[in-house]
Design a protein around this ligand. Structure first.
Ligand SMILES: [Zn+2]
Ligand SMILES: [Zn+2]
Length: 365
């Protein structure tokens, strides 16, 4: 079938992308779903830092690539053996778990080896490519490629949700909430009385903050952008600081989540972790970035640093937890959405994300 999608032609174009135009929005051919795959009509797709990282070249992926990995949609056609019926709403998740490799036996601590290899190659988890343009293959982004009217994905890349979860909320569950929430739930594991600080209040960081608050923890936001500190307080944060303000206030909490993806944010996160505490890093800095911390404090203060990819998530275990918290009214995920945009506005949306002014911008179809 013919679809319309946003294809990245080259990595590392200079910002602003609305001017350098590394992305072409136009028609592509989408093959029908094979065994174990689904054709999904996309309803909403979030613009995430992991899209930006490919566009700006921080994370090089094979091009041309149809971007977008945080999305929700309706199954229009199911290949054999998926166990998911047409008509169901599904959350797309960007790291499929094959369920059979050694990493898949780690309860989310390690990303699936098979899924990671497929993501690096730009294929679906089964190895194939279903996207073509003028007869030439177009790579999939993280097994999803959701900046398009339709996508073919492996059933392992989705989690079905009930119809009462609207598409905007469902989309956020697949990356921002799975990653930020998992940093708290799976990696930080705060005790009942522990305060949680979050450094970097983008979509993932704000989701971590919301989940910490929903679980009853005292939560503190740290970000350089005053408007984000204001929003953090509105959402129920006990306090919110700039990095310099956190140092002045001598902030130290037992669990700290770094969600900014920069070496400086990692240093701030380490600096505000209390003795005996845990620093969780879920951001994805440039591979050449280097941070400076004094190893002595890790020893002397008996501290732990934990790396957590995708919030150490097992999507079909974790997404129902967040749906239940959202249904209870304790997880106001709609507050993460800063804009709803058309697909044609994607380059400008990436520029707003790079400028740090956007929270979650959703492409709606
Ligand atoms: Zn993402
Ligand atoms: Zn696996």
């Amino acid at each position: 079938m013919q679809i319309t999608g946003a294809v990245l032609e080259r990595c590392g174009a200079p910002a602003p992308f609305a001017a350098s135009e590394p992305i072409t929005i136009g028609p592509l051919e989408l093959d029908p779903p094979g065994p174990g795959e689904l054709l999904v009509r996309i309803e909403a797709a979030g613009v995430c830092h992991s899209d930006l990282s490919v566009v700006d070249g921080s994370r090089v992926r094979p091009v041309p690539m149809l971007l977008g990995h945080e999305a929700a949609g309706i199954v229009e056609e199911a290949g054999s053996g998926t166990g998911i019926a047409a008509g169901r709403r599904v959350v797309m998740t960007f790291l499929p778990r094959c369920g059979h490799c050694d990493a898949c036996r780690t309860e989310g601590r390690l990303p699936c080896t098979v899924g990671s290899a497929a993501n690096a190659a730009g294929t679906l988890v089964g190895g194939g490519i279903r996207l073509r343009r003028d007869g030439a293959a177009v790579n999939h982004h993280l097994g999803v490629s959701a900046f398009a009217t339709h996508a073919v994905v492996a059933a392992a890349s989705v989690v079905p949700v009930d119809d009462d979860v609207p598409p905007d909320i469902a989309a956020l569950l697949g990356c921002a909430v799975l990653t930020g929430g998992g940093a708290v739930f799976n990696a930080g594991r705060p005790g009942p009385e522990d305060a949680v600080a979050v450094v970097g209040l983008g979509g993932v960081g704000m989701a971590a903050l919301l989940v910490a608050i929903a679980l009853g923890h005292k939560a503190i936001g740290v970000d350089a952008v005053p408007a984000k500190l204001e929003l953090a307080r509105e959402l129920g944060a006990a306090a919110a600081y700039t990095p310099a303000g956190a140092a002045d206030a001598e902030l130290r909490t037992p669990v700290v989540i770094e969600a900014a993806g920069s070496a400086r944010a990692f240093e701030t996160a380490c600096a505000v972790t209390a003795p005996g505490g845990t620093t969780v890093t879920v951001g994805l800095p440039h591979p050449d970035a280097r941070a400076s911390i004094a190893p002595l404090v890790l020893t002397a203060e008996a501290r732990t640093v934990v790396g957590s990819y995708l919030g150490s998530a097992v999507p079909n275990r974790d997404i129902p937890r967040y749906v239940a918290l959202w249904r209870s009214g304790r997880l106001p995920l709609d507050r993460l959405v800063s804009d709803r945009i058309a697909l044609a506005d994607l380059p400008a949306a990436l520029d707003r994300l790079a400028a740090g002014t956007a929270l979650r911008q959703l492409v709606t179809f």
